[in-house]
Every structure is written in C-alpha cells, then in structure tokens.
Design a protein around this ligand. Structure first.
Ligand SMILES: CC(C)(COP(=O)(O)OP(=O)(O)OC[C@H]1O[C@@H](n2cnc3c(N)ncnc32)[C@H](O)[C@@H]1OP(=O)(O)O)[C@@H](O)C(=O)NCCC(=O)NCCS
Length: 177
C-alpha cells in the first residue's frame, strides 16, 4: 500500500478484506464539531426515512454531539457513529450511518472499532446496540440478547420511533476485555 507522506492511516484493526478496502480510504475519524451537526442530521435522517435507523432531531444531536465520531473525507462527512454512556458498566453504540456512495470501504467498521476503543478507555465493561442488522454487529463479537436484559431507561427513545410498539430491532451486546 502506498501512503502519502504525513497522512496517518485511517483504520485501526481489520481483517484481510478490511485492509484491502482500507487502501481506498483517505479520510480520518475524529470527534464531531458543532459545525458537523447539520451534516450528521442529514445523513442520519436520510436513512431514518428509509426505516433503516431511528430519526434524530437537531436538538438531540447538538446535546449528544460529544458522543459522536465522524469520518471525514474530501471535505465532507461520509460516516458517523456515537458511543453513549448509559450507566456505570454500560454504553450504547448508536446513530451509526455511512453515506451510500461510501459504503463497503470499511468506514462503518472503523467507526464501530473507534467507539469500542473509546468504551475501553472510559472503563465501560459492556456495550450494546439496538439494530436491524445484528449480522453486522456479530462481526465485532456482539451477540443477540433479550431486550429485557437492557435497563428500562434506554426505552425512552422507542416512544419516538415510527415503528413503536411493533419493533423489529434486535438488541446486541458485547462484553469488553
Ligand atoms: C451498516 C453500515 C453502517 C455499514 O457501513 P459500511 O461502511 O458499508 O461497512 P464496512 O464497509 O465497514 O463493512 C464492514 C463489514 O460489515 C459487513 N456489512 C456491511 N453492511 C452490512 C449489513 N447491512 N449487514 C451485514 N453485514 C454488513 C461488510 O460485508 C463487512 O464485512 P467484512 O469486513 O467481513 O467483509 C451502512 O450500511 C449503513 O449506514 N447502513 C444504514 C444505517 C444502518 O443500518 N445503521 C445501523 C443501525 S444500528
């Protein structure tokens, strides 16, 4: 792989397929800034309107922007993912989205790994997600769990979901080491 001088590699841990895809990635993952929030809002709500994820209001995104990592490439945001600490021993991975044109290049993987790294740094022992695609999270060692295992306070978000109460999301969780 040829790297331009001064450019840090954008990806952390990946398998062989991920490394091959990463060769095409020139962007970086960084914490979100206030100027990113409107772009993140458009990205998330584009997929929320297709029922791929839960919609988020601008207000909510500003309030939780310190949870967010974004992937920036060529001056634009191509992906986002948040780690939200819920309790002493628990954090949620939420608002994971990669733009359609940027998919399949390992960006989603890098964003999830960044959130898992941050959870470890913070001393969180367990991470969960609510998702329509448990197969994606299985790649990171998450397993499907019964929703009743998660604390009640996380269901506050569900009330705002267009699918409530006929939810077809899966709860997945992973113990960190
Ligand atoms: C899911 C999503 C974030 C994946 O992003 P991406 O950048 O295309 O994913 P990557 O290129 O990093 O793929 C990493 C791995 O996940 C797999 N994968 C990607 N999308 C997948 C999906 N929808 N279901 C199952 N596996 C998936 C890839 O095949 C790849 O596997 P490999 O490394 O073993 O080859 C992206 O499709 C998306 O934004 N979807 C809409 C929003 C959404 O569903 N968010 C999740 C809600 S919790």
């Amino acid at each position: 792989m040829v790297r331009r001088p001064g450019k840090a590699p954008a990806v952390t841990k990946t398998g062989a397929a991920g490394k091959a895809r990463a060769a095409g990635k020139t962007g970086t993952i960084r914490k979100a800034l206030v100027r990113d929030v409107k772009e993140v809002h458009s990205l998330i709500n584009e997929f929320a309107s297709e029922q791929e994820m839960l919609p988020r209001s601008l207000n909510e995104l500003y309030e939780h922007m310190r949870d967010m990592f974004v992937y920036e490439e060529d001056g634009g945001l191509k992906g986002v993912c948040s780690l939200h600490v819920v309790w002493e021993d628990l954090a949620e991975i939420r608002s994971l989205a990669v733009g359609l044109e940027a998919r399949g290049r390992g960006i989603g993987r890098s964003l999830v790994e960044k959130c898992l790294d941050e959870a470890r740094e913070l001393g969180v022992s367990k991470v969960f997600a609510l998702t329509y695609i448990p197969e994606f999270f299985r790649l990171f060692g998450f397993g499907v769990v019964d929703k009743s295992e998660l604390p009640h306070k996380i269901w506050g978000d569900c009330i705002r979901c267009p699918k409530f109460p006929d939810c077809n999301e899966f709860a997945v969780s992973k113990v960190l080491r």
